[in-house]
Write a protein that binds this ligand. Structure first.
Ligand SMILES: Nc1ncnc2c1ncn2[C@@H]1O[C@H](COP(=O)(O)OP(=O)(O)OP(=O)(O)O)[C@@H](O)[C@H]1O
Length: 802
């Protein structure tokens, strides 16, 4: 399987408006250009669609194919403690919601769709810069979201985040499942791939064996050959795969960032959807890809690096340079050639860059004065990118090539087979309709047929179970909403907060806490072992591992997924098994060609369960069906056995009565007496069997009640756990807010200290000036006295004048 990056690439007609503006830094010009562009800001488009999910079929034609521009946003990170300590000043700042201004030269300013200040949360960034792209992808429009910026500016923080502040990728995954839940009239199939471009080489992060993969091109576009795709069943499942992939990513420490990404990563969510159930027959399937790209950060050539880091840095810089050139050419009407092929990054993203995807570019920057030049370059890059025009459209495929169609077709066929099989099973004759005279004959026949019937029944049961399990397995892969399609016509009261709520199970797959703006100790480590990257990398890798599964692990239930949040349960409708653990490579569920029958997940999925229709009727759909159905089957069997025995005993009793009458008439007849004895023994034996069966039935009922009680309790526990998760998540958010407030406070304290120093200086200058003034006054007085004396002396001949 190959991850395909969109369809045919096309350049004509996608050129941007005006490239001359990109090089100018004149404030007024930049302002005007960006503000009169007339492109709908992402804020507004997102605000429109945020609480409302259109079914793709209901989209107005214009919405299906309209011209738009790349959404460009800028996110400031706060000054790091190190930068504050080093006395760094703020060189660039967010002036309002759309403008970035230079502190030293306020005439230099740039306007974007949105500028996020240092205290903005990633959630907020997601709502403005990413939600509309994810929503579009769920409706069949390809989407790509990039994080671009220099090293340590906050790209990974924005794209991946951590448990306290989940990034765009986990938020998008969560949102995708919520959208499925909010779209009851369609069914979906989601699969993911995750790869990195390290030193211009493609590596598969979901498959450690998939190294140095080749990029291929066919008439549908470029794709990476042999990349692994995994069908995902829940947010936790997807996040666990990403977490496992993250372990494979090339990360290393640099002078700026202890956990610096040394590769570009592309996380792709492929979405297939079709109308629900039988309506899907002959209908086009929507197929789209959502690419979430975390670029490696460019590094200043002024920074001293050596060996591996230098090599990595030069590859990173080269590919980012090509990206910049591609964007420049795309916005330059005179350019005839766009050099997509100059780097792997631009080649694989050719389709997105050339205007087939809905694109959002999030540029991360630091306000620090030491990075002022690099920040300025990022701002110029962002400004250029704003001019790329895109014409994203809904992708529809009608043929049976789509995976979802293939599965739907197979499910339909299997159901038909199952129906046939059910009809072939011979109905049990009703003993009560049979006359007494036929009993002996029938009994003989029954005994003969019993063995045959038993083995045939067993065979048919096996075949039925196999069919059911296959239907179940395929049905699980297709995700549908639990909501009643009728209800979907009512306006949605959608709660965006709930959409982003992560359950404990999901949070456990996010890193515990990314290194936050290095503290003293870490800085010392940095400086002292400069040049010894390997040691630092290994130590940090270890620490990363321990942290990742830190705090929340004690709460984490073993294996099962039904404990995940309520929102999760609702969105992953038919899946009641935890798909995999993060490291459990073997437990991944692959797409059709790679479904491994022996994997633990496949085993879980292949357990016989009731099919979807039966599940839909069940109110305890997450846990009960398999066990409770098995139980009720066994109970029915016991009851049936008891019924047959009772009927037989009743028949024997009537025979006994008849024989007793005959025996009264001819008391000498020994044969009759013998028959009566046999019948009596038979009846006694049957009564004993009936009593045993009754006891078994009673025991069974008791046990099943206990089991149901247990499942009730488990459900209550799961609900409580969900509430706990919600609360702890809220706490985490509050803690994160507090931390930001604390950081702002620290910043303000620093500023205060500087101000106090300035005040002290001023005071000193004032007192110096006062002293000087006093001396001057004193001198002046002396001068006046001297002058007076001189005057007196000169006018002594006229004393009366004095
Ligand atoms: N908006 C933010 N708020 C708080 N901390 C942030 C923010 N952005 C980044 N950070 C912190 O800054 C540091 C560097 O961020 P990050 O690793 O995301 O940078 P990066 O751009 O991905 O770097 P590289 O290109 O080297 O991988 C991290 O400690 C991160 O937690």
């Amino acid at each position: 399987m190959a991850s395909r990056q969109g369809s045919k690439s096309r350049k004509a007609g996608l050129k941007g408006a005006d490239s001359t503006a990109s090089s100018t830094t004149s404030s007024s010009k930049l302002y005007q250009e960006t503000s009169i562009d007339g492109h709908s800001s992402p804020a507004s488009s997102s605000a429109q669609s945020k609480h409302q999910f259109f079914s793709p079929d209901s989209l107005p034609p214009s919405a299906q194919r309209s011209k738009e521009n790349v959404t460009v946003t800028v996110r400031f990170r706060p000054l790091s403690p190190r930068e504050i300590r080093q006395g760094e000043e703020v060189a660039w700042y967010a002036d309002g919601e759309t403008i970035v201004r230079n502190e030293h030269n306020p005439t230099i300013a740039y306007a974007y769709d949105r500028v996020f200040g240092p205290t903005t949360t990633t959630r907020n960034v997601y709502d403005i810069a990413a939600h509309h792209v994810v929503n579009g992808a769920m409706e069949g429009v390809n989407g790509t979201i990039f994080a671009y910026g220099v090293t340590s500016s906050g790209k990974t923080h924005t794209m991946h985040g951590d448990q306290r502040s989940p990034g765009i990728i986990p938020l998008a995954v969560k949102d995708a499942f919520s959208i499925i839940q909010e779209t009851p009239n369609r069914e979906f199939l989601l699969r993911i791939s995750y790869m990195e471009i390290y030193n211009e080489v493609f590596n598969d992060l979901l498959n450690p064996a998939g190294q140095n993969l080749r990029i291929r091109e066919d008439k549908q576009g470029t794709f990476v050959e042999g990349i692994k795709e995994e069908v995902v069943l829940s947010p936790a499942h997807a996040l666990s795969l990403i977490a496992a992939g993250e372990e494979q990513r090339h990360v290393g420490s640099t002078n700026f960032n202890l956990l610096s990404s040394r590769s570009h990563t592309i996380f792709t969510l492929t979405i297939e959807s079709s109308p629900l159930g039988d309506k899907s027959k002959g209908e086009a399937v929507h197929l789209s890809q959502l690419n979430l790209v975390d670029l490696a950060g460019s590094e200043s050539s002024k920074v001293e690096t050596s060996g591996v880091r230098r090599k990595e840095g030069s590859y990173i810089n080269k590919s980012l340079l090509t990206l910049g050139t591609v964007i420049s050419k795309l916005t330059d009407v005179r350019a005839s050639h766009v050099p997509y092929r100059d780097s792997k990054l631009t080649r694989i993203l050719q389709s997105s860059l050339s205007g087939h995807d809905r694109v959002s570019l999030i540029c991360t920057v630091t306000p620090a004065s030491s990075s002022s030049e690099e920040t300025h370059n990022t701002l110029k890059f962002a400004h250029r990118a704003k001019h790329i025009e895109i014409q994203a459209e809904q992708n529809k495929i009608i043929d049976e090539k789509s995976l979802i169609k293939k599965y739907q077709h197979e499910i339909r066929q299997l159901k038909e087979e199952l129906e046939q099989l059910k009809q072939e099973i011979v109905p049990v004759p009703q003993l009560k309709d049979i006359g007494a005279d036929d009993i002996v004959l029938l009994k003989q026949k029954l005994e003969d047929g019993q063995v045959k019937l038993q083995s045939r029944l067993e065979e048919e049961e096996e075949a039925k179970a196999a069919l059911l399990s296959r239907i179940q397995r395929l049905t699980k892969l297709i995700l549908v909403s639990t909501k009643n399609p009728q209800a979907s016509r009512l306006p949605h009261r959608f709660n965006p907060r709930r959409r982003h709520s992560f359950g404990e199970e999901e949070l456990a797959y996010l890193p515990y806490k990314r290194r936050d703006m290095m503290d003293d100790e870490q800085l010392d480590l940095y400086v002292s072992v400069e040049g010894n990257h390997e040691i630092r990398d290994n130590a940090y890798r270890e620490e990363k591992k321990t942290r990742k599964h830190g705090l929340l692990n004690w709460l984490k239930p073993k294996k099962r997924d039904h404990s995940s949040s309520a929102s999760d349960q609702s969105s992953v409708v038919k899946s009641n098994s935890t798909p995999s653990t993060p490291q459990g490579g073997g437990s991944h569920l692959h797409t059709e060609s790679r479904l491994s029958e022996g994997s633990p997940l496949m085993e879980q999925l292949s357990e016989p369960r009731e099919d979807r229709e039966a599940l839909e009727d069940s109110s305890h759909e997450m846990e009960i069906p398999e066990t409770s159905n098995k139980m009720s089957d066994e109970l029915d069997l016991l009851r049936e056995q008891k019924k047959i025995l009772s009927e037989e005993a009743a028949l024997q009793l009537s025979s006994l009565k008849r024989l007793s009458d005959e025996a009264t008439k001819s008391p000498q007849n020994e044969e009759i007496k013998g028959e009566i004895k046999v019948l009596n023994d038979d009846i006694k034996a049957k009564n004993d069997q009936i009593a045993t069966l009754e006891k078994q039935i009673l025991d069974f009922v008791m046990t099943s009640h206990e089991a149901l009680d247990k499942s009730d309790i488990m459900q209550a526990v799961a609900e409580l756990r969900d509430q706990l998760n919600e609360k702890s998540f809220e706490l985490e958010v509050k803690a994160a807010d507090n931390r930001i407030i604390q950081e702002t406070l620290n910043q303000k304290t620093c500023e205060c200290e500087v101000l106090q120093e300035e005040v002290a200086n001023l005071k000193q200058q004032l007192s110096d000036a006062l002293e000087l003034a006093q001396v001057s006054l004193y001198t002046f007085r002396k001068l006046v006295i001297c002058k007076n004396h001189a005057f007196h002396r000169s006018s002594s001949y006229k004393p009366h004048d004095a």
